[in-house]
Design a protein around this ligand. Structure first.
Ligand SMILES: *Cc1c(COP(=O)(O)O)cnc(C)c1O
Length: 357
């Protein structure tokens, strides 16, 4: 539609990332499509991944799960976060597996017949059964295995992308394996513990890797290596609204935080923090005219942003890129002190998603 501010998602590259990763980690891959597929659009991404052979999915909540089911996405579907048991009927109707965050949560699902999996806390301290004593953890799982429709257990690694924390990750994995071994006779079909970073840096273990960030072509951490051929699938584009001159000594934008130390050409572009362009990129981030870097000048506004285009041939209606091959979500993240996950998942609803395949 290209009305004002849009992202272009390359579905062919998304499929390529899935295939490349699957080959590199020599394991099955479950696609993590939570948060609207990290901002890329869950339905279109899941359909493309389905074509590439993916049949297993994870999301963060019930509404995300229902969005996929309503779009006709089939296969194993897991909700990774808390859902109250009062939604048991909807979970059953839509064949959704719910993660259990603790024993109290498990109690609330007794008698419902909902497919469930225990989260196991191996050191992240977010959700899951304590695993300090694997015998006790196993006996809790065993106690509920007969009473709940239990189809698996999983844990989450919190520093698998950090080489200096190798010992901690090893410990998390051995805790998880200790629990899994003690309940192996239950023959639960889904035992899983790897995210993007774990799947690439560790011996394969479990039913599949839960692949998130690298599906979208980004690294879990910039010190981390991902296989060649995995590339970002998102470009973020906007229009030039107006181009004008600013003289030495004038200031630009709210708060007058930018003062011109020379005569400049400035363009106002059709994006702001209400689109997900972080306000902390004020006087720090960049936009691109092809491969030409145009620094953001002044504060990012709600719907508009000013950039320095001095010396460039540029006019009203031209397309400007915020994310592209020269400036990826990783680089934007570095410029505003966050991670690429937050950049892409933070692109808001009013930014149109366009798909190329
Ligand atoms: C988000 C998430 C993942 C995916 O992690 P990536 O680093 O994006 O691969 C896997 N497992 C759980 C439990 C998650 O919450």
């Amino acid at each position: 539609m290209k009305r004002r501010c849009w992202v272009e998602i390359d579905l062919k590259q998304l499929k390529q990332n899935y295939i490349t990763y699957t080959g590199a980690c020599s394991q099955r891959v479950l696609a993590v499509v939570k948060a609207d597929a990290y901002g890329h659009g869950a339905i279109r991404c899941a359909r493309a991944l389905q074509e590439a052979g993916c049949n297993e999915w994870a999301v963060s909540c019930l509404s995300e799960a229902l969005e996929l089911r309503n779009a006709g996405i089939k296969g194993f579907l897991l909700i990774l976060g808390y859902t109250p048991a009062k939604f048991a009927d909807v979970l059953i109707e839509n064949d959704i597996t719910q993660a259990l965050v603790d024993e109290e949560h498990a109690e609330s699902f007794l008698g419902t017949g909902v497919k469930v999996q225990f989260a196991i806390n191996t050191g992240m301290n977010r959700i899951g059964l304590n695993s300090d004593n694997p015998d006790e953890t196993a006996s809790i799982i065993r106690k509920y295995a007969g009473k709940l429709n239990l189809n698996g257990i999983f844990t989450h690694l919190c520093v698998a992308d950090t080489p200096s924390e190798d010992e901690f990750t090893k410990n998390q994995l051995s805790r998880f394996k200790a629990v899994a071994e003690r309940i192996s006779d239950l023959n639960l079909p889904y035992i899983h513990c790897m995210n993007t970073a774990g799947g690439l840096s560790r011996e394969p273990y479990g039913s599949f890797v839960r692949l998130g960030i690298s599906l979208y072509g980004l690294r879990p951490d910039t010190c981390f290596k991902i296989p060649d051929g995995i590339k970002p699938v998102i470009k973020w584009k906007v229009f030039v609204a107006t181009v004008f001159k600013v003289k030495t000594g004038e200031t630009i934008g709210y708060g007058r935080t930018f003062k011109a130390d020379r005569d400049m050409d400035v363009a106002t572009i059709t994006v702001g923090y209400a689109d997900g362009l972080s306000r902390s990129l004020s006087n720090k981030g960049y936009a691109f005219l092809n491969n030409k870097k145009c620094p953001i000048v002044g504060r990012v506004c709600m719907d508009q942003t000013m950039i320095d285009v001095t010396g460039l041939k540029i006019r009203q209606g031209d397309e400007i890129e915020l994310l592209n091959e020269y400036y990826t979500a990783e680089e934007m993240a570095r410029d505003c002190n966050t991670i690429s996950y937050e950049i892409v998942s933070g692109i808001t609803k009013r930014v149109e998603r366009e798909y190329v395949s």
